[in-house]
Write a protein that binds this ligand. Structure first.
Ligand code: F6R
Length: 608
């Protein structure tokens, strides 16, 4: 989703703006631009597509300005074209924006009636003209921005650069995150700490409604009433987080291979490995003994992790779980009086729908907890209890290691909750935690299946559609496997509970349809085996993920069988994720798609 950077310096900033935008590439974008002040006047460069296009333009048109703003745009209002790329500019200012101005149609009509001519289809351009109108009537920049902000509805963060003014930038946030950073004789603003990581680790998170005025030597912050406020300076750890692909062809593959290690790290914060007892990280103090009902909510892959979490909490802790995709949680108007804990799952900690759900839960007076991977994120800062996953930075847009770390956190938490609620004895707790400690080894074994999966992907890459089936703990994985395949290979894929096949999707099956079945030899194996036979009888091309016992059952003659290690049921969602990730990855590589930055997708979805 859109990325913002701003620098006030005494050295040229253009190349540094682009360097910072490169660090924001992971968020997903389809055009980019910068604005600087050259010889006293605003000057901008914009390009559709990848940052290399902007870099090439800069090489042809060097910029020497010492103050500037930059932006990567993920199209919302108006297609991904150069005229719609940010910064948007008038004769008085340049602006970059992340988020959505919900009342832009009304504002645009008002401005057009006043004679303003628009150059783009974006909501952002209305902000540029609103502030310009205020400045034209004699208001100084800060006051003009404040007046214009009062007219805006929606969620946004903004950064302004003013014509002829090399002394200041103005940033403002409402709904979308914005950070400011102090350097030596220079200051910065950006949409997250990663944007600022090449320049400074001294950062301040702006709060809702804040406006910041950045000059070379100081940053003044004002709250929504316009009063000066102090926002605490934090040492960001993002600097050490600048990651490269190492010897891997893609971030996604690197992140798949990091899983044994990061799952182990995550386990370590939920289980004391010396005593074998479950525990909560220091940032959480949930008393599960009084939790009878939970509300879980998340988006995308995080939602599928939460669905596994529901199976875990219901089975191991006997806690009833409501579950909603975050974009629906607020609108369902479900009675929440009986909910003792609202639990959110998010890799980025910035997903607008999940954040809005968290705020809704808080407004309803619920105790909140969040499983979150970015510890400096808005969700981590706003929730009552933080349950960190220690996956490290996830750059590939398709979530892999964050997902399995979320599953590990949920598995360990459900055991912790079961113990607290007297459903799991101390001896059983030890047994469970011993099992959980086997995960990194088993994930490693699953990674050894890569060559076989690579072979299967060649066939998959020739298909237009695919079905994924699973039952019980494997049902959420069927959904996740289908999501992974569709988002990076663009093959249409659907996940179903295996038992649902006969209620509709079976109509799709013929000899052109690949059907991936996730079927460890667990309590539901026999039932899933019947569904596999139903597929085989209709000529479906079956890829069966099972273990040795499942393979020996010889459910059908024709299946491509991937034999996974045997493992206790609690681990199957985590370990069976690996072949699904590898299948999606290799299929996408076969098809030549942009694996790490698939079309239309954003890593951090900061609009609703
Ligand atoms: C899919 C994927 C997305 C995210 C979703 C939520 O691979 O990555 O579906 O899971 O956008 O993002 P977070 O977890 O950052 O809240």
């Amino acid at each position: 989703m859109c990325g913002i950077i701003g620098i006030v310096s005494s050295e040229p900033v253009a190349e540094r703006l682009i360097d910072s935008l490169k660090r924001l590439e992971y968020r997903g974008y389809d055009s980019a631009g910068i604005a600087t002040i050259e010889n006293g006047s605003l000057s901008r460069l914009r390009a559709e597509g990848k940052l290399i296009n902007l870099t090439n333009k800069l090489a042809e048109n060097p910029r020497l300005g010492t103050i500037g703003i930059g932006h990567t745009r993920w199209a919302t209002h108006g297609g991904p074209s150069e005229p719609n790329a940010h910064p948007h500019q008038t004769k008085l200012l340049s602006v970059v924006h992340n988020g959505i101005i919900e009342n832009y149609r009304e504002l645009r009509s008002e401005l057009e009636a006043d004679g303003t001519v628009f150059e783009s289809q974006t909501d952002t351009e209305t902000v540029a003209h609103l502030v310009t109108r205020e400045m034209s009537s004699g208001r100084p920049p800060k006051e003009a921005v404040q007046q214009a902000l009062a007219r805006l509805e929606g969620a946004f963060s903004l950064a302004f650069l003013f014509d002829g003014d090399e002394s200041q930038l103005i940033g403002a946030r409402r709904g979308s995150p914005l950070v400011v950073g102090d350097g030596d004789g220079e200051t910065f603003l950006g949409s997250d700490a990663i944007a600022l990581s090449p320049f400074t680790d001294r950062i301040r998170y702006l709060e809702e409604g804040d406006l910041a005025v950045l000059t070379r030597h100081c940053i003044d912050v004002f709250d929504e009433l316009g009063n000066p406020v102090d926002r605490a300076v934090k040492r960001s750890t993002s600097k050490s987080h600048y990651v490269d692909k190492g010897n891997y062809r893609h971030f996604m593959l690197k992140e798949i291979y990091e899983q044994p290690e990061v799952i182990g790290h995550t386990l370590g914060s939920f289980v004391d490995l010396t005593t074998g007892k479950t525990r909560l990280p220091a940032s959480a103090s949930i008393d599960f003994s009084s939790v009878k009902r939970m509300a879980l909510s998340a988006c995308g892959t995080g939602f599928y992790a939460a669905l596994v979490g529901r199976y875990y909490f219901e089975r191991y802790a006997r806690i009833a779980c409501d579950l909603d995709v975050a974009s629906e949680f607020r609108y369902r108007e479900s009675p929440l009086e009986d909910v003792d804990l609202a639990l959110f799952v998010s890799q980025s900690g910035e997903t607008a729908d999940t954040l809005a759900s968290l705020r809704h839960a808080k407004a309803e007076g619920l105790q909140t907890a969040a499983i979150v991977n970015v510890d400096e994120s808005t969700i981590a800062r706003e929730t009552d209890h933080v349950l960190p996953t220690l996956a490290g930075p996830e750059i590939g847009v398709a979530s892999t290691k964050a997902f399995t770390c979320q599953l590990m956190a949920l598995a360990a938490l459900s055991i912790r909750a079961g113990v607290a609620r007297g459903r799991i004895s101390e001896a059983q707790e030890m047994e469970f935690t011993k099992t959980l400690q086997e995960t990194p080894r088993l994930v490693n074994e699953a990674l050894h299946l890569e060559d076989q999966i690579d072979q299967l992907s060649r066939e998959m890459a020739t298909k237009k559609h695919a079905l994924f089936l699973g039952r019980g703990f494997s049902y959420p994985l069927a959904l996740e496997g289908a999501l992974k395949l569709k988002e990076i290979s663009y093959i249409h894929a659907e996940g179903y509970a295996a038992g649902e096949l006969k209620h509709g999707p079976i109509a799709l099956i013929d000899d052109t349809m690949p059907v991936v079945v996730i079927a460890p030899h667990d309590r539901s194996f026999e039932k899933t085996a019947s569904n596999v036979q139903e597929v085989a009888a209709r000529g479906g091309d079956i890829i069966l993920l099972t273990d040795r016992k499942g393979a020996e059952a010889k459910v059908v003659d024709e299946a491509h069988t991937i034999v996974m290690p045997r493992m206790p049921e609690i681990l199957t969602p985590i370990v069976y994720s690996i072949p699904l990730q590898l299948l999606a990855y290799h299929t996408a590589v076969q098809m030549g798609t942009d694996v790490d930055q698939p079309r239309n997708l954003a890593k951090s979805v900061t609009v609703e």
